[in-house]
Design a protein around this ligand. Structure first.
Ligand SMILES: [Fe+2]
Length: 310
């Protein structure tokens, strides 16, 4: 197959490097990979990096590295993208070295997201070690995690032509939920391996290119402990603990220092294309995932502890 096999890495441009290092290492439990000329990298497994953090004003996703299984498949994929009239350029050795890949081609999706098609994301010289986690992150054949990107008015037909017809993603499912009268969330979830989804798209109002990146942990206790670390650090939450009906992820959503979110999850569904049936669901959350304002209201309304004055 010439399609993408997994999400290898993401590149974020951030205005606050120190805040991001604290967020990634101390709160999420990632491992500092290395300091670079313009930032640093973060590891979640044996790979050299999974998040590349660079300093700049965007405070957003600036590139996604999708890995292809081997060089011949990469050449075939690049030829297919070019044949569709989409511009692709080969990255030079400096870019390949920065991304720690063997070969790299750069293209752009219909929303203007930079997409890097790569082979051979390198392993780090040392085993993965987190200062915070009891277990590790879930990566392997399912790649680094998943991300939700904003369509920003680009039609579903247009972006699926890129991600499905060219990159080789398959539809997992669709969720359409009326959040309030006249306000409808409509997301489509795509997979390229057993992970229920690697990328999803929605067209809700949002100032960024990305809504969130999901990292998954092996031990459910690490979700709770990360929840506590984020709470103790007063890191703003987007949503409380909850579960999604499609990928069964048990997770919470916390804002990064750049204003988009990280979903921190456990127990994500692995799917098999042979037996998987595409469905349309009517809710984004099975339970929980309440906006933080709901919790703030509850806490504000709580009676004072016994023996204390209001
Ligand atoms: Fe997610």
């Amino acid at each position: 197959m010439s399609g993408v096999k997994e999400l290898g890495y993401v590149v974020y441009e951030v205005s606050g490097l120190a805040d991001w290092e604290h967020f990634g290492v101390e709160l999420l439990g990632m491992q500092l990979g290395e300091k670079t000329d313009d930032g640093f990298t973060l590891r979640t497994d044996e790979k050299a990096h999974r998040w590349v953090i660079t300093e700049g004003p965007a405070d957003d996703l600036v590139a996604t590295g999708y890995e292809v299984s081997e060089e011949v498949a990469l050449d075939a994929l690049v030829a297919k993208v070019r044949a569709a009239g989409v511009e692709v350029t080969e990255g030079d050795t400096a870019l390949a070295a920065a991304r720690k890949v063997e070969r790299i081609f750069v293209t752009t999706d219909p929303m203007g997201n930079r997409v890097e098609l790569v082979t051979g994301l390198a392993d780090a010289a040392t085993p993965f070690a987190s200062k915070k986690l009891l277990g590790g992150f879930v990566t392997g054949a399912g790649g680094a995690g998943h991300q939700v990107l904003l369509a920003h008015g680009v039609s579903r037909e247009t972006y699926l032509a890129f991600y499905i017809d060219l990159l080789g993603f398959r539809i997992s499912d669709i969720i359409v939920e009326e959040l309030a009268p006249g306000i409808v969330a409509d997301l489509i979830f795509l997979h390229c391996n057993g992970r229920h989804h690697t990328v999803a798209f929605g067209d809700m109002p949002h100032p960024k290119k990305t809504h969130h990146f999901m990292v998954e942990v092996q031990d459910i206790r690490d979700v709770g402990m990360a929840y506590d670390r984020c709470m103790d650090a007063k890191q703003p939450f987007e949503m409380t603990l909850g579960m999604h009906p499609n990928d069964h992820m048990f997770s919470f959503y916390v804002f990064t220092p750049s204003g988009f979110s990280v979903e921190y999850g456990w127990g994500g569904l692995i799917i098999d294309d042979e037996t998987w049936e595409v469905k349309t669901l009517d809710r984004l959350h099975s339970w929980g995932h309440r906006p933080s304002a709901v919790v703030a209201e509850l806490l504000a309304a709580a009676p004072a502890p016994h023996g204390e004055d209001h």
